[in-house]
Design a protein around this ligand. Structure first.
Ligand SMILES: [Zn+2]
Length: 260
């Protein structure tokens, strides 16, 4: 794995579509103009989209004209969404960040509350960050997309005792499946990353099956999955100008704040 910045990496996916031993990292957008923006607003209110994931899905589907060598028609967003749901989380987040860069430039202004609760200072004017300087983790070989976790407490799944799980990077489906309000993102991350076992070449676990994991195993699995999380790190580091406390915060990548 290597670490680059978004500005250095440019217009290509951090992971991409795997073709034999190579990555196809190509993508293209049409321009985000007022016409498209109005289509997006109309669709958002009609479909009553709530979560960041749902809105991201819709916006990308309205704009992508090709992805990983597949030609896409922005007038058929359902087909693009079907393709996106199988993409790596890393790639979709990167598409989102790159779209923001192309549409509005790299300068991100965000209200940044001081991490020290006794200070509570909020920068005025808000803090500035350059999207081009954000770290992006990129795999250098297809082999880096596979991980393994040996269970400390083996358990039975579909009448077989499972000793280990095979792991892959999380896919975008985690954001579509997780109810952000309920905070079940971590469980969905496990469901999306566990792709096989020592008894199954490929498997999709159910909620009930993943719920049987004991604490040391799911903590360990989370650590292994962390190593498979590529793409942009949308985290900003900042130092409070009033009390000098240093902190970091996830960038709010919701459409309304991220594209303002
Ligand atoms: Zn402070």
């Amino acid at each position: 794995m290597k670490k680059v910045t978004l500005g250095e990496w440019g217009r290509k996916l951090p992971v991409g579509f795997v073709e034999k031993d190579k990555f196809n990292r190509e993508f293209a957008f049409r321009d985000l103009d007022l016409g498209v923006e109005r289509e997006i607003q109309k669709a958002r209110s009609k479909e009553k989209l709530r979560t960041n994931g749902e809105v991201t899905y819709l916006v990308l589907a309205k704009l992508l004209t090709s992805l990983g060598g597949v030609k896409l028609d922005p007038d058929k967003p359902t087909e693009t969404q079907a393709l996106l749901s199988k993409c790596w989380l890393a790639d979709v987040l990167y598409l989102w960040a790159w779209l923001r860069y192309e549409a509005c430039g790299g300068d991100v202004t965000i209200p940044y509350p001081c991490p020290n609760p006794r200070c509570g200072h909020i920068e005025e004017p808000p803090a500035h960050f350059d999207l081009c300087g954000f770290d992006v983790h990129v795999p250098e070989s297809v082999a880096e997309l596979t991980g393994m976790w040996k269970l400390k407490s083996p358990y039975e799944i579909r009448s077989q005792t499972i000793g280990s799980f095979k792991l892959q990077p999380p896919t975008w489906s985690v954001y579509m499946a997780a109810d952000e309000a309920e905070g079940d993102f971590t469980a969905k991350l496990l469901l999306s990353s566990i792709c096989g076992t020592d008894k199954h070449d490929s498997i999709l676990l159910t909620d009930q099956e993943v719920n049987k994991l004991k604490r040391p195993d799911y903590m360990g699995l989370n650590g292994e999955i962390d190593k498979l999380v590529f793409g942009p790190k949308l985290v900003v580091d900042h130092q409070c100008t009033k009390c000098n406390t240093k902190g970091s915060m996830f960038l709010d990548w919701g459409y309304d704040s991220f594209f303002s």
